[in-house]
Design a protein around this ligand. Structure first.
Ligand SMILES: [Zn+2]
Length: 315
């Protein structure tokens, strides 16, 4: 019996960028370390391959290739961790108490205007794709600058949807959000926001309006709550209770089957007090219990909603 009677599914971390093609999945320097997450029945972590917009596109693509090669080497030394590209492999890992990695790309600059790179990215196991991150890339403008998808961005979005890669609207400008919604709907795909909080609780360009949340919900997508303090609270102070406040707001929008965790660990400097890393996820579990959430609802937020999403969309 584990300390908490649920799995932990987290929709976003930047640990692969932080270990930079060199470090290990178990380490003392990152928020996420696979040996520090044994309190849960199973663990499925989406790991993003992030591309800083200030780096040249080709350098970002080389880093992606190097990081995925490195991950494959690491997995040979960690038989308790599996790279999952289908629900079948994910459910198998979960049922055996193994740890699972699902790969995403965060920031489409690495495409460098070359659609063929999407084939290689998919072949390397990536199943989620965040088209924009910050500033302007070959895909279009992110939340901080605005603007829609470029003509190349539209072609790339259609191609990733046809390959079966799920679009992630975290970091999208308003214009790109609605474009992704329209194309995903047209192609029978969902959209997700892997790490996006409520703009009603904290008005930030990264956060989602109630209308955006409802659109993701109605498209069968999921939304991960981020632990990024500037996205949790306007005054720069946040604790585990602030995370729960964002969860409660999404629940007030009939989000009980939509809300997940997408903590953005290793993509943020500080965590909500008193958390230090993945080992403290149980503090959120205990906060939700204190708020008298039912066991079933806490289980859905921690793992059930993500697992049923993967069941529907990770073929
Ligand atoms: Zn991010």
């Amino acid at each position: 019996m584990t300390k908490y009677p649920v799995g932990l599914c987290d929709l976003h971390c930047d640990t692969l960028y932080k270990i930079a093609g060199q470090g290990d999945l178990c380490n003392d320097t990152c928020h996420v370390s696979f040996d520090r997450v044994d309190d849960f029945a199973y663990y499925a972590q989406v790991m993003a391959l992030w591309n800083p917009p200030t780096d040249p596109d080709d350098l970002c693509y080389e880093r992606f290739l190097k990081s995925t090669d490195h991950l494959h080497r690491l997995l040979m030394h960690h038989p308790d961790v599996s790279l999952c590209t289908s629900y079948r492999t994910l459910a198998d890992a979960a049922s055996r108490g193994k740890k699972a990695v699902i790969l995403s790309v965060e920031g489409g600059g690495l495409l460098g205007g070359d659609l063929m790179r999407l084939d290689e990215i998919y072949a390397r196991g990536v199943r989620l794709f965040t088209p924009v991150w910050g500033g302007v890339s070959c895909m279009g403008g992110a939340h901080d600058v605005g603007g829609g998808l470029s003509p190349f961005g539209i072609l790339a979005l259609k191609k990733m949807l046809s390959l079966g890669m799920i679009p992630d609207v975290s970091h999208a400008s308003k214009e790109i959000f609605y474009q992704i919604a329209a194309y995903a709907d047209m192609m029978g795909m969902p959209m997700v926001a892997t790490h996006s909080n409520s703009a009603v609780i904290c008005p930030h360009t990264r956060n989602l309006s109630d209308e955006q949340f409802r659109m993701i919900r109605d498209a069968g997508g999921v939304v991960g709550i981020s632990f990024c303090i500037p996205h949790l609270s306007e005054n720069g102070a946040a604790d585990v209770g602030t995370v729960a406040d964002h969860i409660e707001h999404y629940l007030s929008l009939d989000g009980e089957h939509t809300v997940c965790i997408g903590a953005d660990l290793d993509g943020i400097d500080a965590l909500p007090a008193p958390m230090n890393g993945i080992e403290d996820m149980g503090l959120l579990y205990e906060e939700l219990q204190r708020r008298r959430f039912s066991d079933a609802l806490i289980s859905d937020i921690f793992c059930g909603n993500a697992m049923s999403f993967w069941k529907r969309h990770l073929k």
